[in-house]
Design a protein around this ligand. Structure first.
Ligand code: ZN
Length: 414
């Protein structure tokens, strides 16, 4: 009522739909209000027939012609009865299929409430603007009913709605047979492969925005994936099997930092569903790895191998075929898509490190280097960990702790 929900014409004169579990008995139900099919007789299934034989095009329900379906017995008196012959609107199914997916083999209820407790609500719903006025309202209404029935724990079916944009033809008009401006996916796949097709679509812009199909950009994405492949091929023989335990400095550290920063950026972009910036992040990483040049020391080789394995992993959602080949070439055991998502090393992604002077009673005792956005507590912990500061504080009572952001800390002791 609050959301101006409209009445919902629930039944359709179609064969393909969920049967409505209602029967009519002239004796027990002369007003034809309908009697519910008893629980133990559910579900009512569609008869397996040649649908062509019952499709009349005349608007009467096709099931009405199937005597074996229509004729049944009354659940009350056991006498002859007729089944409802219309079927449910398919919106009925789209109101709750997501919950059924949680336990498709559960046969004593629509779905297992334990699984619903664990998984619902759905994280993201991707739909077109045409869903806004009807389906989304029914879908939310149905979710409330499931909660009232004790089946599901949630009030709302999804956390986030994404209304996807439209892909226009290269001429800026909506792709349509009428304009002949469509692009068949199989043509792109034949020419460039599925990796290019997928990466291009994800790179073209935020999912909510419309975009114009651009053959030049498809070409550009294909070139980028070739660059990834060439980078992998260039270093594979000399770095893929290198093992190294020592410290990383200079070029080796730079390589690791580029890879981990990219991993962080791509991971965060994916969480935001900002796939175009994720792809842009991968492109930047590839440029950075080209820029470091040929790895020479063991450390540099090990860093490059690690970077290539990370690159393969983050490429998986966009270009899974190349990613898989690349991962295998660099010794990854599992198929990349089945591996856990990697975690970046926080120490390698700190952009700005700034020095803090650490004073004890105004006298300089040490200098600590921390992330530019480190909190007061972080800076204090770093300062207290310094040996010279520790010994200066030993046995003294702290009177005051002075924190000057981005400059210094001072322990006032007595
Ligand atoms: Zn009856």
């Amino acid at each position: 009522m609050t959301y101006r929900q409209r009445d919902w014409g629930f039944s359709r004169q179609r064969y393909w739909g969920t049967p409505i579990p209602i029967v009519y008995c002239e004796k027990c139900d002369p007003e034809r209000k309908g009697l519910p099919v008893p629980l133990e007789q559910l579900p009512v299934r569609l008869p397996e027939i040649d649908t062509q034989e019952v499709l009349t095009g005349k608007g009467e329900p096709p099931l009405a012609k199937v005597a074996s379906f229509v004729n049944t017995t009354c659940p009350k008196c056991g006498g002859p009865a007729r089944r409802e012959t219309e079927t449910m609107d398919t919106f009925v199914d789209s109101c709750w299929y997501f919950a059924r997916y949680l336990s498709p083999h559960f046969d004593t209820a629509p779905f297992d409430p334990k699984e619903a407790q664990r998984w619902l609500p759905v994280d993201v719903y991707v739909g077109g603007p045409e869903h806004g006025t009807m389906h989304l309202l029914y879908f939310r209404f149905w979710t409330r009913i499931m909660k009232l029935l004790g089946l599901s724990p949630v009030d709302e079916p999804v956390k986030r709605l994404i209304t996807q944009g439209i892909v226009n033809g290269a001429d800026g008009r909506k792709m349509s047979k009428r304009f002949g401006n469509g692009v068949a996916p199989n043509i792109i796949v034949q020419k460039y492969g599925a990796d290019t097709a997928r990466t291009y679509v994800l790179f073209a812009g935020p999912p909510e925005r419309d975009f114009d199909w651009s053959p030049d950009q498809v070409e550009g994405v294909a070139r980028f994936l070739k660059r990834v492949w060439a980078l992998g091929a260039t270093h594979q023989a000399s770095v893929a099997d290198v093992t190294y335990d020592g410290p990383y400095e200079g070029k080796a550290l730079e390589t690791r930092r580029a890879a981990h920063k990219c991993l962080k950026r791509v991971s965060e972009a994916i969480e935001r569903l900002s796939f175009n910036t994720a792809v842009a992040g991968i492109m930047e990483c590839v440029n950075a790895l080209y820029a470091v040049g040929t790895p020479e020391t063991q450390a540099e080789k090990a860093a490059m191998a690690e970077a290539m394995r990370l690159l393969a992993r983050i490429l998986t959602p966009f270009a899974p075929h190349i990613a898989d080949e690349l991962a295998e070439a660099y010794g990854a055991k599992a198929v990349t898509v089945s591996e856990a998502w990697p975690e970046f090393d926080p120490a390698l992604v700190v952009d700005d490190v700034i020095p803090y002077a650490v004073q004890v009673n105004g006298k300089l005792r040490a200098e600590v280097r921390v992330a530019a956005d480190a909190s007061e507590a972080d800076v204090r912990a770093a300062a207290e960990a310094e040996e010279k500061v520790k010994s200066a504080l030993e046995g003294k009572t702290l009177r005051k702790f002075v924190f000057v952001p981005k400059r210094l800390v001072n322990f006032v002791v007595g």
